[in-house]
Design a protein around this ligand. Structure first.
Ligand code: NAP
Length: 249
């Protein structure tokens, strides 16, 4: 995929991987639009990177529609939708007082929103000559993570849906990409002690994603995620035990 003069929407572009994606994509000469719930942080990110900030919550249908309408009004098309926004919740399913609300929230943000936003964006993507959708998944899609009862399941969902949508949207000319990073050094992973995992730098993650997009590599296994996928096939019980040792601050 050519990555110059494209109209690109990055959800969750106010911090972490999304912020770095918008920084590197703007630097390549693309028009980048970022969204997120914290309007102040988003505006700051916009000033820092040169991306256009549109505040909004990707779990709210009206916000999804408003963001896409603003892009249509200003740019007339969307070339690449990057479903990056996400949350990571570590808690005990039995004893946490907010388990019920956490289950709903994590599935809504990590699972439902990227899919509904993709569906709503299809008419605008159809106006592009080379449309694409990129899901930011995770290497944890390949192993259940005992400390995070729902997170790894949401990433497994995205991994499966990325494959089915790649098949279903191909006749429309839409290329579906998925990037699966390992642990990355962002706010999200702050509570995670490094232990067995080396935290990858957001700059390196994004460099690899951009290189993958340019080569039309539809499934990008980044850093240790390649090993996780491979281990999940040959030694799943061992891999599960390694993840069970993960400590949180
Ligand atoms: N960090 C890791 O170790 C790691 C590893 C593999 C995959 N990933 C994935 O990479 C993606 C980015 O994570 P990150 O590490 O960059 O975390 P991050 O720094 O916490 O960024 C997440 C972003 O998502 C936004 N967001 C959350 N809920 C939203 C909502 N409902 N609507 C709109 N925006 C929302 C947040 O902004 P607001 O709070 O302002 O809305 C924030 O800017 C996630 O999908 C994550 O699962 C991360």
């Amino acid at each position: 995929m050519d990555l110059t003069s494209k109209i690109i929407l990055v959800t969750g572009g106010g911090s972490g991987i999304g912020l770095e994606l918008s920084r590197q994509l703007v630097a390549l000469g693309n028009s980048v639009i970022i969204c997120g719930r914290d309007a102040g942080r988003l505006a700051e990110a916009g000033n820092l990177t040169g991306a256009q900030a549109i505040a909004g919550d990707v779990t709210i249908a009206e916000d999804q529609e408003r963001i896409l309408s603003e892009i249509e009004a200003q740019h007339g098309r969307l070339d690449l939708l990057i479903n990056n926004a996400g949350i990571f919740l570590a808690y005990d399913f039995n004893t946490d007082p907010d388990t019920l609300q956490k289950i709903e929230r994590e599935i809504a943000i990590n699972g439902t929103a990227p899919l509904t936003l993709t569906r709503r964006a299809l008419p605008l993507l159809a106006k592009s000559e080379q449309p694409g959708v990129l899901f930011i998944g995770s290497g944890i899609a390949f192993v259940a993570s005992p400390g995070t009862p729902v997170y790894s399941g949401t990433k497994a969902l995205i991994h499966h849906c990325a494959q089915t949508l790649r098949h279903q949207l191909r006749p429309l000319g839409v290329t579906v990409f998925e990037a699966l990073p390992p642990v990355v050094d962002t706010d999200m992973a702050k509570a995670l002690k490094s232990g067995n995992f080396k935290k990858m730098k957001p700059t390196d993650v994004v460099r690899d994603i951009i290189s993958g997009l340019r080569r039309n590599q539809t499934e990008m296994l980044l850093g240790q995620s390649r090993q996780i996928k491979w281990m999940s096939r040959i030694a799943p019980a061992f891999l599960f035990r390694q993840f069970a040792k993960t400590e949180f601050h």
